[in-house]
Design a protein around this ligand. Structure first.
Ligand code: TYM
Length: 360
């Protein structure tokens, strides 16, 4: 490839929080798609440890989770020879740019973010009466009140900084990140408008299948690693026995007909998972399962999940033993990320009038 072709390659950037094991939602909605983009793009994949500390995390767990995360990335097919995998806190610029963008963000925009409101209500607050632009939180107790830190509110601004710091063209994410992506685009446009053209306004890329995998216990909510119900969430490192148990107890309905429809969120979710892993369309699956019961669907789905994830689990078990290798992947990633980040950060500093230290 010539240099000019190299230069024309689109820049992909996306990130995930290091919260230990990746869920099936993270895999189908995110990481699996990323691995298909390596050949034709310049790819940066971040492990966002600074986002992770918006909720209380033990230091030893956080450190271990970063290694678990990179091992799972590589096991899912993110070949370090073809992309840059880095830890957010290793690269100077994320928090600096986040601060600059914070100064361009009205508080009301952050208070309106669905994920913020969800997190707040999960932390024990009764959600909020709307009052003009502002949302008021009536608290249930002092403990819950103490849990709402400003980081949780500013979380989407840091996310916007993660993306804009690399002038990424495309950001592959699951459906749940759409609103954060809109804020990121708004901030890029706002900055460009105020200080002249600086940032690429990035596009979200949401895959057609697997972009919204729902909880197995309550299929009206997304599958999430913070779910307290152990049966609600499948992890990509789950053993076959655990997968079987979780799928067997997945909530369905009493109609006993295997078809996807909004009134049947449980069955629709199981079909969506099957489709995302087996590559068969929902219509093909409905035909395949016509006249069969939910037991058959669950048994076949367990098999499909187990076999699809087996190579990932085996590769992970090998990689997690080799911390030296994993550290070298992250060091190489941070070096490449830092090089690009400094260029954009210097430009931003210049545009807004901060004295530049010429970081090279
Ligand atoms: P996180 O760590 O919650 O999730 C990582 C990725 O997994 C996707 N995802 C899902 N997709 C389908 N179904 C689900 N049930 C499901 N659950 C999670 C998410 O959409 C995401 O793509 N704020 C981000 C992390 C972040 C980021 C960024 C992402 C920080 N900076 C910059 C992109 C670009 C988050 O919490 O993802």
């Amino acid at each position: 490839m010539t240099i000019s072709e190299e230069e024309k390659r689109k820049v992909i950037l996306t990130c995930a929080q290091p919260t230990g094991k990746l869920t099936l939602g993270n895999y189908l909605g995110a990481v699996r798609n990323w691995s298909t983009m390596l050949e034709n793009h310049e790819c940066y994949f971040g492990i966002v440890d600074l986002h992770a500390i918006t909720t209380p995390t033990k230091p030893v767990t956080l450190r271990q989770n970063v290694f678990d995360c990179v091992a799972q990335y590589v096991a899912c097919g993110l070949d370090p020879e073809k992309c840059h995998q880095f830890v957010q806190s290793h690269v100077v610029g994320h928090t600096e740019l986040a601060w600059i963008l914070t100064c361009l963000t009205p508080i009301g925009e952050l208070q309106r973010m669905t994920q913020f409101k969800d997190k707040v209500s999960k932390l024990g607050f009764k959600a909020a009466e709307q009052e003009g632009e502002e949302i008021k939180f009536t608290h249930d107790g002092a403990r819950a009140q103490a849990s709402i830190n400003a980081g949780l509110l500013c979380y989407p601004v840091l996310m916007a900084a993660d993306i804009l710091l690399y002038n990424a063209d495309l950001v592959p994410v699951g459906e749940d990140q759409r609103q954060h992506m809109e804020l990121c685009r708004d901030l890029a446009q706002r900055f460009n408008h105020q200080f002249s053209e600086t940032f690429v306004v990035p596009d979200a890329y949401v895959g057609e299948t697997g972009s919204r995998i729902m909880s197995l216990a309550d299929p009206t909510r997304k599958m999430s690693k913070s779910d307290e119900n152990e049966r609600a969430t499948l992890y990509i490192l789950d053993e076959p026995g655990q997968i079987g148990k979780k799928i067997a107890s997945a909530v369905t309905d009493s109609e006993a007909v295997i078809r996807a429809s909004p009134e049947k969120p449980g069955v629709s979710n199981l079909l969506a998972i099957h489709s995302a892993l087996s590559g068969q369309t929902i219509v093909q699956l409905e035909e395949h399962f016509a006249g069969k019961g939910y037991g058959v669907l669950k048994e076949e789905l367990t098999e499909v999940i187990t076999e699809s994830l087996r190579p990932v689990r085996e590769k992970y078990q090998e990689l997690i033993q080799d911390k030296t290798y994993l550290s070298s992947v992250l060091a190489q990633g941070a070096e490449a990320a830092q090089k690009r980040a400094y260029k954009i950060l210097s430009k931003v500093y210049r545009k807004i009038g901060l004295p530049d230290r010429n970081r090279g």
